[in-house]
Design a protein around this ligand. Structure first.
Ligand code: ATP
Ligand code: MG
Length: 572
């Protein structure tokens, strides 16, 4: 491809609206343009990288036995009502109405559509397993679209859905998809971790997220420094290092004046107690009304865990007025003694004795409280946020915190959709059974953006070979027709093209400095510089974008050298 024939509108200035580097660089290097919040156009270079990502996904999905389909983006409300998600999906679902006043949505995901398809097709266990995928545009009215392609409202996703006869089969399919995902992200040249995850609005019992490690990532991960345990913080567990003394005698409870002592720090300092002896009482608003949630002073509530345990959609910390109304005290003095709200407590509080809580009166705390006698026995659950440094739940080595970008997600769905939508088959005994499902997503644009987050320098993008819009850029330092430079540039270009390489020839009548700047910004992995000085000695320069390393090579060996560089970089 000739540079002059391709629309590559590079920008000198850093775009002010772009917060993360991948967004900045995709705008500056002329890969994308914004239409409106969370909605982007792909320009020629952007499309090329996107298509390469898609091709890798296709190859690995096909290799793992999944079959490509293409499902409608416009989906009737009835299907979503059947699964219960017309209500549950909330405001992220983009709803539209047709001329007959019938409701539809623009698909944010396709469990309903694919389950509907297969419940009409599959009759017998002989037709299972079946594993379908598509690469398609998804629509989600994200509350905070941001970071360019990372969190858009219209975005490309590979979504796959598997249907098996039983849990065992579904487990095997899950494992196959898990391995395919590992190959996909490895081929993209990404550093990533597969982590245990919460299954969110999609539902289901078991899931892993594939996280590209990057400072700008929206997700927090805890990973063990010794074993393979890694989990999204939303779900991570850890071993509690604090041990309550089992022999401690129960004491008599007592009210203590704690004027203006509200925070954990203030109260524990004032009473000279460790923060593990203080129990925090947090009042949350939920679908089912207010609840009180108890965690130890040194711990925080994990709202994702809480959401799940309470099975609620709404979960907000109550405001000051509500806290005052429900507890009789200002924020900072709430406690569970005599509180007539549903009580939930993190299970690390089970063995605690003689603890401290707010007195439900301004400037008052209780000391020496005990379960059963002073505070009603709450419902116990894992409600706390695991923290860096705490022991791993599997091997007890310390956990380490990372930031990550979720690029892929694999779920075991069980019969969640097949049961609500009655997708059944007849087994060998002629018994009707629900199909056991799995679903598997990859954000196409998000992965491309994540690759830039991990691969860039001050001059621009440093594409991993597999996702680069072109593998090789040829930069003649001058472009007068008939010159030796021109002839050699053309010859090398043609030979590389004929051999099947993706080559861009910078045929613009620009100064070398400008060409080099654009080259670095666009980030093509291999650059060949051709000029009269080198040619006089029969030499051209091959420069690697990642290392900046330059090899001077004989002009008739350059193709061989490039072949080696490209194939080494694509070796997976
Ligand atoms: P997130 O927690 O980031 O909102 P999710 O859990 O909602 O993601 P899934 O429903 O699992 O995402 O979607 C599968 C994949 O689609 C994700 O792993 C991610 O790569 C991609 N994805 C999800 N939402 C967006 C978005 N708004 N913009 C771009 N890609 C997205
Ligand atoms: Mg989401």
């Amino acid at each position: 491809m000739l540079y002059s024939q391709l629309y590559i509108p590079t920008l000198k200035e850093k775009p002010t609206e772009a917060e993360v580097i991948s967004h900045q660089l995709m705008l500056r290097a002329g890969f994308i343009r914004k239409l409106t919040s969370g909605i982007y156009s792909f320009l020629p270079l952007g499309v090329r990288s996107l298509r390469k990502m898609e091709a890798i996904i296709r190859e690995e999905m096909n290799r793992a036995g999944a079959q490509e389909v293409l499902l409608p983006a416009l989906q009737p409300a009835e299907l979503w009502q059947e699964s219960g998600r017309w209500e549950k999906y909330g405001k992220e679902l983009i709803r539209v109405r047709d001329r007959h006043n019938r409701d539809y949505c623009l698909g944010p995901t396709h469990e309903e559509v694919v389950t509907d398809l297969l419940r009409h097709e599959i009759r017998s266990y002989r037709q299972l397993p079946i594993n379908l995928y598509q690469i398609q545009t998804k629509f989600r009215d994200e509350i905070r679209p941001r970071f360019g392609l990372m969190r858009g409202r219209e975005f490309g996703m590979k979504d796959g859905y598997s249907f098996d006869r039983d849990e065992e089969g579904a487990g095997k399919t899950y494992q196959k998809m898990f391995e395919a995902y590992q190959r996909i992200f490895t081929r993209c040249g990404l550093q990533f971790k597969a982590v245990e995850a919460d299954s969110g609005a999609i539902g289901g019992s078991y899931s892993h997220e594939f996280m590209v490690l990057a400072e700008s990532g929206e997700d927090a991960i805890l990973a063990c420094t010794a074993c393979s345990y890694a989990a999204n913080v939303e779900r991570a567990e850890s071993i509690d290092r604090f041990q309550a003394d089992p022999k401690e005698e129960r004491k008599e409870r007592q009210k203590i004046s704690t004027p203006a002592q509200k925070t954990v720090e203030e109260v524990t300092r004032f009473l000279s107690i460790p923060s593990q002896r203080l129990v925090k009482t947090l009042i949350y608003q939920t679908d089912q009304g207010p609840v009180a949630v108890l965690v130890r002073g040194d711990q925080e509530v994990n709202e994702t865990k809480l959401l799940k345990v309470l099975d609620t959609q709404e979960l907000n910390l109550a405001d000051e007025v509500t806290v005052q109304k429900l507890t009789g005290a200002p924020v900072g003095f709430a406690g569970a003694v005599g509180l007539s709200l549903p009580l939930w407590a993190d299970h690390t509080l089970t063995g605690l004795k003689n603890f401290v809580m707010g007195g439900n009166e301004a400037d008052i705390h209780w000391i020496n409280l005990n379960w059963g006698t002073d505070v009603a026995i709450p419902r116990w659950a894992d409600l706390r946020l695991a923290q860096e440094g705490e022991p791993c739940p599997k091997c007890q080595s310390p956990l380490k915190a990372f930031r990550g970008i979720e690029v892929g997600h694999v779920f075991k769905l069980g019969d969640k959709y097949s049961r609500s939508m009655k997708a059944t088959f007849l087994d060998e005994q002629g018994q009707e059974q629900f199909m056991i499902m799995g679903c598997y997503g990859i954000g196409v644009g998000r992965t491309v953006a994540a690759a830039i987050e991990q691969n860039h320098d001050k001059d621009g993008i440093v594409w991993p070979m597999a996702l680069a819009p072109f593998q090789v850029l040829i930069t003649p330092v001058e472009w007068s027709s008939g010159s030796e430079t021109n002839q050699w540039a053309q010859a090398i270009y043609e030979e590389l093209e004929n051999k099947g390489f993706e080559v861009l020839l910078d045929d613009r009548p620009e100064r070398p400095g400008i060409k080099f700047k654009d080259a670095d910004l666009i980030g093509i992995p291999v650059r060949v510089t051709i000029g009269p000085k080198g040619l006089a000695e029969g030499i051209v320069e091959v420069r690697e974008r990642r290392t900046g390393q330059i090899q001077k090579v004989l002009k008739d060996q350059v193709v061989l050298i490039i072949q080696k560089l490209v194939s080494e970089a694509l070796n997976y």
